[in-house]
Design a protein around this ligand. Structure first.
Ligand SMILES: C[S@@+](CC[C@H](N)C(=O)[O-])C[C@H]1O[C@@H](n2cnc3c(N)ncnc32)[C@H](O)[C@@H]1O
Length: 257
């Protein structure tokens, strides 16, 4: 197991004892980094709800929701029909076991592509969302719609996390992100969290250009041992890259004699 923590006691307790036992696809590495971002938001006075499209059995959702401050709420959206109807009861059981009380979250059985912004807003307790994880249907049209929904409800200093970017099983999904970034040039990929394995693939963390400074240096310092210093060029923005497997990368090697 990779030794990495969010710095939030409740989130880290869950990551250490239960995360791997809840069926799901997001990596523990990404959950710790995103948990850290949620903690950092609270420290910076950023207030809002947390939302996820594609909650499945709650693996990643619980980690995020345990970082809620008083008065904030988590909204988990899923069709809750795959692989069978037992997924919602299992998700609720995992939340209870993880110490997430039922008044802190809503599990909304719905199709994300068929809801209006007004319907979504009506489910929130806070006026805006400060952390939005998109992990629903992995297709161009669905991700484009999910991004539009998230964009409409985000806190100006909030973060949208996108799952399964650069996944070998969804090689064209990135095109929806590039088109979104072109539609909204004020948004940038602030950080790429590298994959842990073939299932637990990379996440992109997106925020407004003028909010990058709130997160970037803090992530670089906190997770220095995972920092791939060459970074990534994302449409002209120099994006921070954090990877669990820096082992083979030596950017300061000497040429062989
Ligand atoms: C990859 S799983 C999510 C894994 C989970 N986020 C985790 O980290 O463990 C994708 C989920 O998206 C849900 N889903 C797919 N299309 C959806 C849609 N249009 N609206 C809501 N949920 C959807 C599926 O039911 C499935 O549970």
């Amino acid at each position: 197991m990779i030794d990495i923590a969010s710095g939030h006691p409740k989130i880290d307790g869950y990551l250490d004892t239960q995360y791997e036992s809840v069926r799901g696809m997001s990596s523990r590495f990404a959950a710790a980094i995103c948990g850290h971002v949620v903690r950092r938001q609270s420290e910076q006075g950023i207030v809002g709800d947390i939302a996820e499209i594609g909650t499945f059995e709650g693996r990643f959702f619980i980690a995020l929701a345990l970082g809620l401050a008083d008065g904030e709420h988590a909204l988990g959206i899923d069709l809750f029909d795959w692989p069978n109807a037992g997924v919602l009861p299992r998700m609720l059981k995992h939340c209870e076991r993880g110490g997430l009380s039922s008044d802190r979250f809503t599990a909304w059985k719905a199709h994300s592509g068929k809801m209006s912004v007004a319907e979504f807003r009506a489910k929130l307790k806070q006026p805006q969302v400060r952390f939005f994880h998109i992990d629903g249907e992995h297709a161009y049209d669905s991700l484009s719609k999910d991004l539009e929904l998230a964009h409409a409800v985000m806190h100006p200093q909030g973060v949208i996390a996108l799952d399964d970017m650069l996944h070998p099983g969804y090689p064209t999904l990135i095109t929806a992100v590039i088109d979104y970034l072109k539609r909204y040039p004020e948004m940038v990929v602030m950080c790429i969290v590298d994959r842990q394995d073939i299932v637990a693939a990379a996440k992109f963390l997106i925020c407004r250009n003028d909010a990058v400074a709130l997160y970037e240096q803090d992530l670089m310092t906190t997770f220095a041992r995972f920092h791939f210093i060459s970074g990534a060029d994302m449409l002209g923005h120099f994006t921070l890259v954090l990877t669990p497997q820096l082992g083979n990368v030596d950017v300061g090697w000497d040429d062989p004699a």
